[in-house]
Design a protein around this ligand. Sequence first.
Ligand SMILES: [Zn+2]
Length: 348
Amino acid sequence: MKRSSIRHCFLVAILVSTIALVLFGIIIIELTKIGFFDNTSTTTASLNQDESQEIGTIEDNPPTIKLSGNDLVKVDDINNYVEPGFSAEDDIDGNLTDSVQTELIQENNYNYQVEYSVTDSAGNITTKTRDVRVIIGVVCLTFDDGPSKEITPQILDILEEKNVNATFFINGYSKDKEEIVKRADEEGNVIAMHGYCHEYSQIYTDINALMNNFYKLEKQIEATIGKDSKIIRFPGGTSNTISQEYCPGIMTTAVQRVTDEGYLYVDWNIDSNDAGSDANNSDAIFANVTKGLKPGRTNVVLMHDRAEKQATANALPGIIDYCLNNGYDIQVLTPETPVKSSQHHPNN
Ligand SMILES: [Zn+2]
């Protein structure tokens, strides 16, 4: 063999060894990445059949529980609760539905939780809960005279946080308040009509002025949220007597007219008095509302979200908590809501 050939072979050998070393290095890095050298993996790899089955029981995926139906179930009596169903799965043990234990936990006279728990063969425990509420009455929170930049967003924040909705009887609004109206609607609240203008001397002059005041607002609402608005509250309420100064008999005519045209007029059966002597007293507002609640009816609560109604916003979280802890379901007004007990009789 020539000397140059030997050197050639030697160089090839070095090249091949270098490539092998690099490949080995890459393999080691990849194995490290996938955790091949972690304690459990190396142990498992070196175990015989029996031992590796035992290792199988230290898998750390807990079972999963799936609840059918809603996370919150409302009943008129806790004895009428019907379990909507559940299932449990485990990646090793398979279907564990039959092993699920359920327990009814009472929080207070009206609020319960069903707790579901299941344990897999490795000892992993999974629990899930479902709320059950006993409902004795309905509350519709309503806010008049908004939207305002000062108070309405605060009220929307509170409603969102408490996961409930309200009905806003609004007046005509400037362009910079469109976003508030949109937000209220998008978050599940109802935009209802109080009339474009609130000036008694302008809207109660005759029935056409009053109706046009609703039509004008209905158009504006439709342009903002793309929905018509068929629920109304007359400024001052149906029983107001101030309209008499401008047009005797107008409220009697108005009640008939709006009903004929497919609108539902709603007054209130609980006055928070936040437009009266308790305007700046959130404790009094809270007391006025909670003392007025009655089971077995739609409790329609009158509140206001004008710019100066900070006390109302301050009272609202407590009012909502009280309702939810005392058997009252908080709902928005719809054309189907039974509102007879909240409708006032015309006094003019
Ligand atoms: Zn008003």
